[in-house]
Design a protein around this ligand. Structure first.
Ligand SMILES: O=P(O)(O)O[C@H]1O[C@H](CO)[C@@H](O)[C@H]1O
Ligand SMILES: O=c1cc[nH]c(=O)[nH]1
Length: 288
């Protein structure tokens, strides 16, 4: 069935609407970063770059690291942007843009986020790394897609009951890709974690500057949550969307975060730039 022009929007040059990419511009391994400037921090490690473009916050470069073709793309901040990035990447991989039909043979991308995040637990200190085994999405994005079979409903009910705030949407809980997770789990600098994703940086992460929170105990409750010996380790703004949409599209995803803040101790990293560069280099070397 042909997908209508209003649903799959293409630019006059045939590229996908927001990312401004053609199918041949992307590799099968995709690294996502939040910050558009972080794209070149990644590709500075590459031997060569074959393609670059930027539209809005979506900066893309494709090139080679140790003979592996990798695309690096910035998502900007938030799971609303993840909805755009994951849908358009999937369209590039799995829809014939000329006929506007889904391809008979579908392909799977490896999608690895390299981000920054705040730790919730004292034992996950500033300047360490977290690989997310699970994502807990407070952002509701996945509830708009048919996705029940991919969600961990028991975990989701446990955290929803623990927070006991009827105004909040029930979180969705999604696992990382097991193989990608295993690739990164035998590194002593990387903590295995459960990452909460929320829709903002301030109140949705329990930060107070000038006005009060609706639930002053929100972060305390995230910190004290324990379900079958599993705790929430860190908070950021994209992982749940990446995990959720990757699962329903059939892609493999892993989120890696450099811990730049510790919400339990109140510390903030003094070496954010070096830290993210270390995580980038570590990630690239695991992927090749
Ligand atoms: O460093 P990035 O990848 O942008 O990730 C984190 O930083 C941003 C907030 O400062 C949010 O996008 C959050 O998820
Ligand atoms: O605390 C933090 C740090 C980075 N990014 C976030 O979203 N939260």
């Amino acid at each position: 069935m042909k997908i209508k022009e209003s649903e799959l929007i293409l630019n006059p040059d045939g590229s996908v609407y927001h990312l401004q990419l053609h199918p041949e511009n992307i590799a099968e391994t995709i690294i996502t970063v939040g910050d558009p400037d972080r794209v070149s921090t990644v590709t500075n490690f590459f031997e060569s770059i074959e393609f670059s473009t930027q539209k809005r916050e979506f900066h893309t470069q494709t090139g080679y690291y140790k003979n592996k073709r990798i695309t690096v793309i910035s998502t900007g901040i938030g799971t609303d942007n993840i909805d755009i990035v994951l849908n358009e990447l999937d369209a590039l991989a799995n829809i014939d843009l000329k006929t506007r039909t889904v391809k008979n043979e579908l392909s799977s991308l490896d999608i690895i986020r390299i981000g920054t995040s705040g730790s919730l637990q004292e034992n996950i200190p500033v300047d360490s790394f977290v690989a997310s085994k699970k994502a807990v999405g407070f952002d509701s994005l996945l509830h708009y897609y048919k996705s029940e079979k991919f969600q961990d409903n028991e975990f989701s009910s446990a955290i929803h009951n623990h927070l006991s705030n009827e105004r909040l949407a029930k979180p969705y809980v999604i696992n990382s890709d097991d193989n990608l997770f295993d690739l990164f789990s035998n590194n002593e600098k990387i903590h295995a974690g459960i990452t909460a994703t929320n829709v903002g940086f301030y109140a949705p992460q329990g930060r107070v500057l000038r006005v009060k929170l609706s639930d002053e105990k929100f972060v305390d409750k995230l910190q004290s949550f324990n379900y079958q010996n599993q705790q929430i380790t860190n908070l950021e703004m994209e992982t749940s969307g990446i995990y959720g949409l990757s699962k329903i599209f059939g892609h493999r995803a892993l989120s890696l975060n450099a811990i730049i803040a510790n919400r339990a101790t109140g510390e903030f990293s003094k070496k954010g730039k070096e830290l993210i560069e270390e995580l980038i280099e570590l990630t690239l070397n695991k992927l090749v």
